[in-house]
Design a protein around this ligand. Structure first.
Ligand SMILES: *Cc1c(COP(=O)(O)O)cnc(C)c1O
Length: 429
C-alpha cells in the first residue's frame, strides 16, 4: 500500500502545525506510523491522498452518523451557503434546530448554540455555578469534556481527594475546583458529597463514557448520581456530545430514563460542521445573557450553514428503523470482533451501546472505569489497527476511543468488514 503522499504531507505539516495536526489524536501517536491524509469521503468510504480506499469507522469522531457527503445533507448545505455564510444576526434556522432539540430531549426547554463541544461544557459549568452559587465540580477519571482548564484535571493519588492539572499551563488553584471520582463508583461520589457537599455546583458525566473507550454506566449509576445531586442541591450535567442522537434520538437520557439538569450536545447536531450547544429547563437557561447575568457569546455561534446541516441530519434520524439498523449492524460487528480473536486465542472485550463500541484487548472480565481501561493491551491494539488498515478498514487510531457505525454502513459492507476482521486478526498470529 503506497502512502508516500501522506508521508510527504505530514512532513510538510510538521513545519507549520505542532505535531502536524490540529487535534492530538490525529497524529497516530497511540498506534505508531504516519497518519493518513484524507482526500475525500462518500458514504462510509474515505480515500487518502494516495488513492487508497478504506471503510471508515471514525466518522470524524462521531458527528457523521450518516457518513460522508450524504446526498440528503450536502445539497441543503450548498443551498444554505449560496445565501451567505453567516451574518452575526438571528436567522430562522437557529430556532428550527433549537425546536427540534427541545422536542427530542424532554429535559431541555431552551438551548444556546456554541461552536464546539468544549465551549458547550465550559459554558454549562459556568451556568451550574451561577445557578447553585457553588464552585466545585465533580468529574470522572477518564471522562472527557473537551479541553477547558477545569476538565484537564486528574486525582493526585498521593494526596487523596486532591486534584492536580493533567496539562501544563493550568494553575493548580483552578484544578482544585475539580473533584475526581472513578466512573461507575457511586460510593466515591457519595464520599465527596459527604465531605464537600456544600460547595459542589454539579456533577458532569458522559452518560455512556466514550473517551476512555466505550464504557456503559452500571445499572443504577446514573440514577444514583441523580439522587445524590438532588439531595445536595447540586446539578447533574450530562455531557451528551457523543451520545446525543447517537444511542437514541432522545440521547442517553432517554435510553436510560434519567433526567439531567443541563445537557451538553455537539458532534451529530452539527451534521459534520462545527457546532455545540447546552440546554436545560427555562428556569436554569434564563440565567444566560442577555436574559441573565451568565455571560457567554460567540461570533459564529448558531452559524446558519451548520444549523442547516444539523437539521438535515436530525430529519434523517427521524425516519423509521434507523436506530434498529444501527443496533443490528453494531451487534453484528461486535460479535465478529469477539469470534475472530477467539480463533487466535486472544482475549478481547467489546463494550457497546448501539452504534458506538470499543474493542479492548485484555484478559480482564470487564472494563468499567479508567483503572480497568488503562490496563488493556494498547500495543496489541496498535498492531491490529495497522493490520485492519491493510485490509481496507479505517479504525480509530487510538486504543481507548470509540468506533462509530453509521447509517451508510450497508449490510454488504458489514459482511465485507467482517471478512477483513478475520483476515486482519489471522495476520497477527
Ligand atoms: C468530543 C467531545 C467533547 C468536545 O467536543 P469538541 O467539539 O471536540 O470541542 C466534549 N465531550 C465529549 C463527551 C466529547 O466526546
Amino acid at each position: 500500500m503506497n502512502r508516500s503522499r501522506s508521508d510527504k504531507l505530514f512532513d510538510m505539516a510538521k513545519n507549520y502545525i505542532p505535531g502536524g495536526v490540529n487535534s492530538p489524536v490525529r497524529s497516530w501517536k497511540a498506534v505508531g506510523g504516519v497518519p493518513l491524509f484524507i482526500k475525500s469521503g462518500k458514504g462510509s468510504i474515505v480515500w487518502d491522498v494516495d488513492d487508497n480506499q478504506y471503510i471508515d469507522f471514525v466518522g470524524s469522531w462521531g458527528p457523521l452518523i450518516h457518513g460522508h457527503a450524504h446526498p440528503a445533507i450536502l445539497p441543503r448545505i450548498h443551498e444554505a451557503i449560496t445565501r451567505g455564510t453567516g451574518f452575526g444576526a438571528p436567522t430562522e434556522v437557529e430556532t428550527k434546530l433549537a425546536e427540534k432539540i427541545v422536542k427530542a430531549i424532554p429535559s431541555i426547554e431552551m438551548v444556546r448554540f456554541v461552536n464546539s463541544g468544549t465551549e458547550a461544557t465550559m459554558s454549562a459549568i459556568r451556568l451550574a455555578r451561577a445557578y447553585t452559587g457553588k464552585d466545585k465540580v465533580i468529574k470522572f477519571s477518564g471522562g472527557y469534556h473537551g479541553h477547558g482548564d477545569g476538565f484537564l484535571v486528574k486525582s493526585n493519588s498521593s494526596m487523596l481527594g486532591d486534584s492536580i492539572p493533567d496539562s501544563t499551563g493550568i494553575p493548580i488553584s483552578f484544578a482544585k475546583e475539580t473533584l475526581i471520582a472513578e466512573y461507575n463508583d457511586l460510593s466515591m461520589v457519595e464520599g465527596l458529597f459527604q465531605s464537600q457537599g456544600r460547595s459542589i455546583a454539579c456533577v458532569i458525566v458522559e452518560p455512556v463514557a466514550g473517551n476512555m473507550g466505550v464504557i456503559p454506566p452500571d445499572k443504577g449509576f446514573l440514577q444514583g448520581l441523580r439522587k445524590l445531586t438532588l439531595d445536595n442541591d447540586s446539578l447533574l450535567v450530562f455531557d451528551e456530545v457523543i451520545t446525543g442522537f447517537r444511542v437514541a434520538y432522545g440521547g442517553a437520557q432517554s435510553f436510560y430514563g434519567v433526567k439531567p439538569d443541563i445537557t451538553c450536545l455537539g458532534k451529530i447536531i452539527g451534521g459534520g460542521l462545527p457546532v455545540g450547544c447546552y440546554g436545560a429547563s427555562k428556569d436554569i437557561m434564563r440565567l444566560v445573557s442577555p436574559l441573565g447575568q451568565v455571560y457567554q457569546a460567540g461570533t459564529l455561534s448558531g452559524n446558519p450553514v451548520a444549523m442547516t446541516a444539523g437539521i438535515a441530519t436530525l430529519e434523517l434520524l427521524q425516519e423509521p428503523g434507523v436506530y434498529q439498523q444501527l443496533e443490528l449492524n453494531g451487534s453484528k460487528l461486535s460479535q465478529v470482533f469477539v469470534d475472530a480473536f477467539s480463533k487466535i486465542e486472544k482475549n478481547v472485550l467489546v463494550n457497546r451501546v448501539g452504534s458506538m463500541m470499543t474493542l479492548f484487548i485484555t484478559d480482564q472480565e470487564f472494563v468499567k472505569d479508567w483503572t480497568t481501561a488503562r490496563r488493556c493491551d494498547t500495543s496489541a491494539y496498535g498492531a491490529f489497527f495497522h493490520s485492519m488498515l491493510k485490509f481496507g478498514v479505517y479504525m480509530p487510531p487510538a486504543p481507548l476511543e470509540a468506533l462509530f457505525v453509521s447509517t451508510t454502513h450497508s449490510d454488504e459492507q458489514i459482511d465485507q468488514v467482517s471478512e477483513a476482521i478475520y483476515m486482519a486478526v489471522e495476520a497477527l498470529r
